[in-house]
Design a protein around this ligand. Sequence first.
Ligand SMILES: [Fe+2]
Ligand SMILES: [Fe+2]
Length: 246
Amino acid sequence: MSSDDLRIWLNHFEYHAEHPRRIPLGLPDLLTAQERRLIAPSIATFQLGEQSAGATLQRAAERFAERRALASLPRIVELFILEEQRHAALLKHFMEDHGIALKHRDWTDSVFRQLRRIAGFELYLYVLLCAELIGKVYYRALEAATGCQRLKVLCRIMVCEELAHIGFESQLLLALRAERRAPLRLGLRIAHRTLVAGAAAVVWMTHRSVLRRAGYGPTSFLRSCLAHYAFYLEPGPARVAHVSPR
Ligand SMILES: [Fe+2]
Ligand SMILES: [Fe+2]
């Protein structure tokens, strides 16, 4: 990834930090009791996940940026973390307004946290991207599953911002993967695709009532997650830029 690419991403995150997307005031905010029961445990797990990127990622990014002389990377990661924390806050306010209890622990979130804790920046990116790809499919499904206008707009904001996160992280990851020798590249691709498929299966098992309401079955959900993986992480060679210092 060139210094120009990093500058573009820095501008992107700085612009959205200064101009955060907001839910318009006065939007209809009716969530039926049946919908509330359907989404409550599911949305609470995703709200918990939204706040999980933080100090560990920032430290890993700083060490990585120092080794690679990528001066703007720590600031980009800092702004990315703030954006994820805004996602958590948007969901939290919605949940509080509808009497949905927050979660403070969930085994799927704990597994992701542990994986990221033992990883360096590059491996952290693999795990993070896996969560982002599946999260994007999930928020689209949540939007389709509800008739609540406020929640629909909230989901659109999340999808829009997760897409930018996926764009940034996949561009960086592809550049890093391109530096590896061919057999290792192949191994990393297979391992990452397996991680995405495994995580999608777990998300199906634990959020299937929302996903079913949106029209997904287990196969179509898995196919959708893997199609996103393929689109972003198995592109032709023309889209892969190298990581170069600023
Ligand atoms: Fe997010
Ligand atoms: Fe994200």
